[in-house]
Structures are given as C-alpha cells and as structure tokens.
Design a protein around this ligand. Sequence first.
Ligand SMILES: NC(=O)c1ccc[n+]([C@@H]2O[C@H](COP(=O)([O-])OP(=O)(O)OC[C@H]3O[C@@H](n4cnc5c(N)ncnc54)[C@H](OP(=O)(O)O)[C@@H]3O)[C@@H](O)[C@H]2O)c1
Length: 325
Amino acid sequence: MTEVQSAPTDTATPPFLPRRWTTADIPDQQGRTAVVTGANSGLGLRTAEALAAKGAHVIMACRNELKAAAALESVFAAATGPKPEVLPLDLADLSSVRRAADHLDMRGAGIDLLINNAGVMALPRSIRTADGFDAQFGTNHLGHYALTGLLLPALLRAEAPRVVTISSVAAWGGFINWSDPNWRVLHLRWLAYSQSKLANLLFTAELHRRARAAGTRLTAVAAHPGLSSTHLYDSDGEKGVGARLAAAQQRMIFSLAQSDRMGALPQLYAATTPGLRGNSYVGPAFEAFGYPRRALRNPLAYSRLQAGALWRMSERLTDVHYEWP
Ligand SMILES: NC(=O)c1ccc[n+]([C@@H]2O[C@H](COP(=O)([O-])OP(=O)(O)OC[C@H]3O[C@@H](n4cnc5c(N)ncnc54)[C@H](OP(=O)(O)O)[C@@H]3O)[C@@H](O)[C@H]2O)c1
C-alpha cells in the first residue's frame, strides 16, 4: 500500500493563524457538551479545565477513578458553567468503551465536542488490551475509533459536532504494519506508537470524508502538542532497566519540553475555532513548541487507500460499524 495522494484542497487550516493564540481566545462554550478522553492528566486535564472555564459542560472520560476524582476538583474549580462529570472509560477494553458510549447515548443529549486525547506511548510487548491488541494501537486508535462510532448518534444530535483526535510528531515515523498491526511477530514499541499516531491522522481524514459523504455537519480535525511535560513518559509499571531508561528519558524530556498548558493549545484551537475546515491538523508553530498553527503531516496520512483500508480493519477488529443517517 504505497499510494499517496496529494492533500485535497479543502483540508488545509489557514496557514496564518494569530501568532499567539491562547485560551483567552476560546469563544464562549456555554450550552456545549464536551467529552474529553484521558481528562485526568496532562493535556486532557488542561483541555478540560480550559473548556469548563469557558462554560462548557465537560465530561471527563477516564479509566482510573481515584485520579479522575482528584482531577475533577481542579476542573470544577475552573468551571464557570455546568458541573463537570466523570465518565468511567477504559479505551483498552472494548466492553468498557461500549458501556461508556451507552451511558452517554442514553442521556439523549447531543455531544458537541469529542476530544480523543487519551494515549499511551511505547509500552512493552507484555502490555496488551483486554481484547488482545497492542497497547498503543488498541488504546490510541482502536479504542477511539470504537468510541467515536458508538457515540455517532449523540454527536449527530448536536448542531455542529466536532471530533478532535490527538496525534503526534511521532506520526512522521509511522507506517501501518498491515500484516501485523498488533506487532505480535516482532514488537517494536516506538514503531507501534508511531503507527498508532499515524492511524489517528488516517482516522481523522476518513471520518471527515465519510461524514461529508453522508451529508452530516460533523467535522473531524486533528491536533498534536509538540513536546510537552506530561505523564506520557512515565514507565507504566515497568521495572529494572526499562524503568530506569524511562526515568532518564522523562528527566531529559522535562528539561526540553514546553508546559502541558502550552501543549494543550493546539487541541483547544482545533476544538473551538469556529469554521475550522474538516481534516485540519493543528500543532505548535515550531513543531515541538510554540503557539498553534497549521501542522505538517506525514505524506502517508493523505493516502485515501490507506485511510479506507485502516477503517475497514478497525471495523473488523472492533466490530463497530458507524451508522450514518
Ligand atoms: N506529551 C507529549 O509530549 C505528547 C506528544 C505527542 C502526542 N501526545 C499525545 O497527547 C495525548 C495526551 O497525552 P499526555 O501527554 O497528556 O499524557 P498523560 O499525561 O500520560 O495523559 C494520558 C491520559 O490518557 C489516559 N489513558 C491512557 N490509557 C487509557 C485507557 N486505556 N483508557 C482511558 N484513558 C487512558 C491516561 O490515564 P491514566 O492517568 O489513568 O494513565 C491519562 O489520563 C496522547 O494521545 C499522546 O499520544 C503527547
């Protein structure tokens, strides 16, 4: 699968964004409901706080009850509108994804904004999802693919629903390992992460295309945070050499990276800027750091062939089939 297409003309974000776009530029979010995955930590937490501060009803979809309860306090402290809520969600378990989506759908209200933010990075082969997928592919891509599809009815109840999926500069090094997407034969953790982040971009492109083809108002866009100080670089329970390497890596990253508040700006821009074109990709001005602007992407992310094939593979692996009107 090597076919690469040039960027369709309607996919670009305006290249000249305001030079220093900040949370102060977020328009009023009153009356809007925003679901943020992984909202208890790092970029998700900062995103939840900023949206709540502008009046959105924020639903924090998190896997760890204790961490979520602590984070809820800070989002609550920032909120100027409806009380934020926590929704239990483990993206590494499709039954949990179905429960979370059912819970939201049964409320009958629309979801204006879904921010597919949660993620794990470079975890070892031993960590797999409940359904046996590679941790990165299963959590970062398949979990969000399934969640978005199951929330489609609720998203389409909103007036102008938007899905923002968080990718990474790591997507530049990514390719889809078509014969072994769950890295069972040879597990290369960084390539597994890069694959999942390329998948986030291919997913956004295909979601945008399908939403438009179905004549819906749903907009799918992507963002990346550059290099930001968060818990993404933690060792996730590894012991021995793996843990020591992760700690050293974390110290190095923290000395170079921008803050999580800065890192959250591209996804906040992507989530709240009115009229943003479908399949836009927003990142920091200098790739690793800076204020939001249009981001460049791995040319593979423009492949319709790969986006379509990944979609069909995701349907097969998750058994989630989007029901367009
Ligand atoms: N920080 C960076 O420099 C950087 C760079 C490029 C891209 N990104 C992307 O930014 C996004 C946010 O990451 P972050 O940097 O803010 O890292 P973080 O502080 O580790 O936050 C990740 C969030 O995802 C949650 N999560 C992980 N697995 C989950 C699962 N199975 N179900 C539900 N939630 C799960 C985590 O929950 P727990 O707290 O329970 O673990 C946490 O809330 C990720 O998609 C990441 O790939 C980050």
